[in-house]
Design a protein around this ligand. Structure first.
Ligand SMILES: [Zn+2]
Length: 294
């Protein structure tokens, strides 16, 4: 499932495509996408993008936010529009020439004035699409309730401790809470716990400040490496030009159960907790008996 580094790779790909021509047409498949109160079909509003001029492409957590200037800047406060894209489990965005055949499971085609198209393809349909004014998108959920960006300036041990320091939840599960910290999914949570030498099933409230700092550093390192490698492709993920990421070859422990730990050589162990799998090194990530884990 695309996490922060994969979405960031897509964002950078859209930026590199340098699309500046206005949206000429919007096509949406008849199929419903993600179910949920923020993603109902009648909230999608995609037709408001017709005539709009593409501007910055932003990212918040695992969400892409493509800012556009509305076609008719009559009402001054409503000239800024945003296309919100959630890739879900298997969503992809590609910028392509219209002569290329549309693949199965294409759910959105934005045609631009220069002839190019942005296509959103999502076989499993857990992705989501919405367009609205800047305020409407940023001041409502899911964007409004997202926690801090882990790669933003000021993020560190205290940020994580404030968000999760009282949680009874297992560390790995706590890191997946998008309202505590935005953008982390199972892959990068598992990698960060390993790099911080913390047992992923340790209750979050047991971490001492030094452990929170180590974890924050590890989260940032794992995410940055993912971005540098163009994202992780386990199955579906592709960047804007259709290429797979390279980070799957650079993961320390995720997906490597029974292989030797890259630090100590002991075999890595798999586990399942709350229905989600994970991997750890029982030697490097031992559960200390002390009440507070340094
Ligand atoms: Zn180890």
């Amino acid at each position: 499932m695309p996490e922060l580094p994969e979405v960031e790779s897509v964002r950078r790909g859209i930026v590199r495509s340098r699309i500046t021509a206005p949206v000429a047409a919007v096509w949406r498949s008849p199929q419903a996408l993600r179910i949920g109160k923020h993603w109902r079909r009648e909230l999608e509003n995609l037709d408001i993008l017709i005539g709009a001029t593409p501007k910055q492409v932003r990212r918040r957590g695992k969400y892409l936010l493509w800012h556009m200037h509305a076609a008719e800047p009559a009402a001054t406060e409503n000239t800024q529009l945003v296309l919100l894209i959630h890739l879900g489990m298997s969503g992809r965005c590609g910028v392509t020439d219209p002569s290329r055949a549309r693949v199965a499971h294409t759910h959105l085609v934005l045609s631009f004035g220069d002839g190019r198209e942005l296509r959103f393809v999502d076989p499993r349909r857990f992705g989501g699409l919405r367009a609205g004014t800047l305020d409407a998108i940023y001041e409502t959920d899911p964007i409004a309730s997202l926690g801090p960006e882990p790669l933003a300036r000021g993020f560190g041990g205290p940020t994580l401790e404030r968000a999760l320091g009282r949680s009874e939840r297992a560390l790995r599960d706590a890191l997946l809470d998008q309202q505590a910290v935005a953008g982390i999914g199972n892959i990068y949570a598992i990698e960060a716990c390993f790099e911080a030498r913390l047992h992923p099933l340790l209750p979050a409230r047991r971490l001492a400040p030094s452990a929170w700092q180590r974890l924050a550093d590890a989260v940032q390192a794992a995410l940055r490496r993912g971005i540098d490698n163009g994202g992780t492709t386990l199955k579906d993920f592709r960047n804007v030009t259709g290429k797979v990421g390279r980070n799957q070859d650079d993961l320390r422990v995720y997906g490597r159960a029974d292989q030797p730990c890259p630090v100590c050589g002991a075999p890595l162990a798999s586990f399942v907790h709350q229905g989600r799998s994970g991997v750890l090194c029982k030697r490097c990530q031992a559960k200390p008996r002390t009440r507070r884990v340094p």
